[in-house]
Design a protein around this ligand. Structure first.
Ligand code: C2O
Ligand code: CU
Length: 453
């Protein structure tokens, strides 16, 4: 290949990799098998499952108040659905097979998802059927709902973080139901990608202000990111605005998101590592912030803008009903042998529920419009990101210590042997999943249904 061509191609690839994607009211997503180079041109491609042929799928961009419409075509040999993680959708659009809809049939099944978008923020979409395998093979994408008046930034970008378990020839290791993984930390991969490939660099220019939307789409890996030489401010957590706060380390469990304002304060030509050291023994460099040689576009930065809160009903703590949901099991836990024999590793309030069990007797039932406080108690030796569908909750406390800002979230990361109290108004009628977002945990007992009626 002539050098000119090569340059042209790399520029193209570079713009495609950090998509400030186009906005559109209607999207078509086709779930299908595809091939992708995850680990670099020197290595073979990996067989993946994707939306529209690329992992991650397209960034679906909407404006707050718009109506989403997505036509899904399933070209896989397996049934699927799409769940809209973190969005307050009508129950029939929630994408939970057998609970809110029939699975979208293999080899040609179709389904149209359509709903309003009351909340701005960073969300994502993924299957909710055999999720450990389907998400693990690459079915996911980011969904961005822009504020009516978005804060002024130079670029608004998404990093979809995920990981893969690959063998030496970059083939996917298909051990998605591995009980060893399911009963420990989940199926953590050996290859971490940002927007679908291993990255050397993230090109920035001195003086620019970037809104960086992080999505943890990994099925088990927790990220703890440090931006060396920089102090990004977190402005939203799980899509919901928080008072801007400089963060030394941004911790994201599976399913969780953070919106950062990253001010590029370093000089032209410099490089700075972004480190993931959540698992301290296994810290690694995710990529480098690589500054171009161009002169800085500004030398001082204004204050970090705060985002407008979303219209979420405020729970009435004085009148709220209180519940306790206890998670047990896992290795080094107290799981009855009987449960293990059926491939179950975890229990919610004493019961393991398999992903394939569609009886879905509700664990808790709430009167529509009532305020609820739930204490999640993690009586295990493992981390669990606990996710509730259809609602957004305030995190009131952790281990009995009040959370000063009571941030809104849809997923709360419980450390081993810890507790968190959350509160919300049960204002969205239907049967909703409550589960661990380590997808191997979900599949082996760590899920339940709550009913709002
Ligand atoms: Cu992101 Cu029930 O899932
Ligand atoms: Cu878990």
């Amino acid at each position: 290949m002539k050098r000119r061509q090569f340059l042209a191609l790399t520029t193209l690839a570079a713009t495609a990799a950090w998509p400030p994607a186009a906005r559109s009211a209607a999207w078509q997503l086709r779930a299908r098998r595809s091939q992708q180079n995850l680990v670099g041109a020197a290595h073979p491609q990996t067989g993946t499952w994707s939306y529209n042929g690329v992992v991650p799928g397209p960034v679906l961009r909407y404006r707050q108040g718009e109506r989403l419409r997505v036509e899904v075509e399933n070209s896989l040999d397996a049934e699927t659905t799409i769940h809209w993680h973190g969005l307050r959708v009508p129950n029939a659009m929630d994408g939970v097979p057998h609970l809110t809809q029939a699975p979208i049939a293999a080899r040609g099944g179709r389904f149209v998802y359509e709903f309003d978008l009351p909340d701005a923020g960073t969300y994502w979409y993924h299957p909710h059927l055999a999720s450990a395998e389907q998400v693990g093979r690459g079915l996911y994408g980011a969904l961005v709902v822009e504020e009516r008046e978005p804060p002024v930034v130079d670029r608004d970008l998404v990093w979809v973080l995920s990981d893969w378990r690959l063998d030496r020839s970059a083939r996917m290791v298909a051990d998605f139901g591995n009980f060893m993984d399911a009963s420990h930390a989940g199926r953590i991969g050996n290859t971490v990608t940002v927007n679908g490939s291993i990255r050397e660099n993230f090109a920035v220019r001195s003086g620019e202000r970037i809104r960086l939307r992080l999505v943890n789409a990994a099925t088990a890996r927790i990220f703890g990111l440090r931006f060396e030489g920089h102090e990004p401010a977190v402005v939203a957590h799980d899509g919901q605005p928080v008072a801007p706060r400089r963060a030394e380390r941004i911790v994201l469990g599976p399913g969780m998101r953070a919106d950062l304002i990253l001010d590029c304060v370093a000089p032209p030509g410099s490089r700075h590592r972004v480190i993931d050291d959540f698992y301290r023994q296994r810290a690694y460099r995710l990529l480098d912030l690589a500054y171009s040689d161009e002169p800085a576009i500004r030398s001082t930065f204004g204050p970090v803008p705060a985002l407008m809160p979303n219209p979420i009903a405020e729970p009435d703590l004085g009148r709220a009903e209180r519940h306790r949901v206890r998670f047990e099991g896992g290795m080094m836990g107290r799981l009855p042998m009987g449960a293990m024999r059926h491939g179950m590793a975890w229990m919610v309030n004493g019961r393991p529920i398999a992903e394939t069990d569609h009886r879905h007797e509700p664990l808790l039932s709430f009167a529509r419009g009532s305020s609820q406080v739930i204490e999640f108690a993690n009586d295990t030796a493992w981390h669990h990101p606990i996710h509730l569908h259809g609602h957004v909750f305030r995190v009131l406390s952790r281990d009995g210590k009040p959370e000063p800002e009571r941030p809104w979230a849809d997923t709360v990361l419980l450390d081993p042997d810890s507790r968190a109290e959350v509160a919300f108004v049960a204002d969205n009628p239907g049967d909703w999943m409550l589960h661990c977002h380590v997808l191997g945990h979900q599949a082996s007992g760590m899920m339940a249904v709550v009913r709002v009626a």
